[in-house]
Design a protein around this ligand. Sequence first.
Ligand code: JHZ
Ligand code: ZN
Length: 413
Amino acid sequence: MSLEAVVQIECCRACASTALDTVFDLGSMPLSDGFCASATEPDARYPLQVLFCADCGLAQLAHTVAPTILFADDYPYYSSYSDTVVENARANVAAALARHPVSADGLVVEIASNDGYLLQHVRNKGIPVLGIDPAAGPVAAARKIGIDTKHAFFSSAVATELCDQGLRADLIFANNVLAHVAELSSFVEGLFYLLRDDGLAIIEVPYLRRLLDHGEFDTIYHEHLCYFSVTALERLFRRHGLFLNDVELIDIHGGSLRLFVERRANPSLEVRRLLDEERADGLDTAAAFQGFAHQVQDLRAHLNTLLRDAKARGASIAAYGAAAKGTILLNSFEIGPDLLDFVVDRNPHKQGLYVPGVKLPIKAPETLDRQPPDLLLVLAWNHKDEIMRQLSAFAQDGGKFVIPIPEVQIVGA
Ligand code: JHZ
Ligand code: ZN
């Protein structure tokens, strides 16, 4: 592990306090999206430890793996491979433009615009768009469908550069990016600069409350540097002259917050309600993680027993979805080739590669028709309804789904 590859933080990523307590530790884990070209390729492993800031309430990783390693040119995540994500984007755009109309001479910016899955819906309405994304593959895919995209990590410097070109945004989307940002303050400062005085930023982040309530420990991985509560977010924005004025709870990615952020304070009743609720339930202190490690241990025992018993009875088992979270679940629970035959995923960028650590081969979903397993472990459990719908024939033929989270569940036809 070279020095530049990973850095241990010395103070809170949001407020610079040094009052940080360790609340959860997964030891050393391979990179969740670091898919391998061969089964023998050695894996880089990095510590995966969650700290809680006593001052601002932000849960965060103790270590930062260099973004250039995490989001390299072969970064395999393409939003458009999930119908739910694309549909969510379409509905999100329609609702956003209803809430905050933008004219044909305005500008809508998406930060972490990936392959253009969201901005295409804005562009189709005749509104100018600009995407910003650091991953070369998805940027190329976005440009191919005509979405103007800047290839960069968003920061205060990038925002200033755009402002200098006379660009400011009426509407900014930033979905599932805030938790990935190593330079959190620079990012939020950049939002402040880029947003017009009367602009609106709509930001989606996975919600810490759902992670804890549903035992979604596998969403803790090196790409996710922060685990947000409303309390921590409200303080973070305020520190940079921005205000959390409204919030919606949405189901995407295991339970997320959709935040509405502006340059003037006008908090809704829902923001106040969630802040009160978090305080009453102790989500603003490290006690929020009490019992979490035990909950994960119980899940591990339950899932391993189920799979090992099935295997001992001669069942064949495969997994569905080479999701980033799947890498963590398989590696931390030590579920490898002795139990599973393969993993299928419909993203062709992942097919032919191996899941890091456990080195399970990733194949196309059609493999299930030729080699149907008795049990299918659904690693992309957040998409379980979409997946089970697609595989109704597998279930009709007697195949069973194992859903690991929020609790181990076997589902048949
Ligand atoms: P999915 C990603 O995590 C990566 P992942 C990232 N780090 C992040 O922050 C979170 O999202 C929020 C496949 N699939 O969406 C596609 C099918 O094969 O849960 C994906 O490889 N067939 C940016 O990777 C994987 O499953 C299907 O029908 O955990 C799902 O990954 C569907 C629906 C998905 O995100
Ligand atoms: Zn802090």
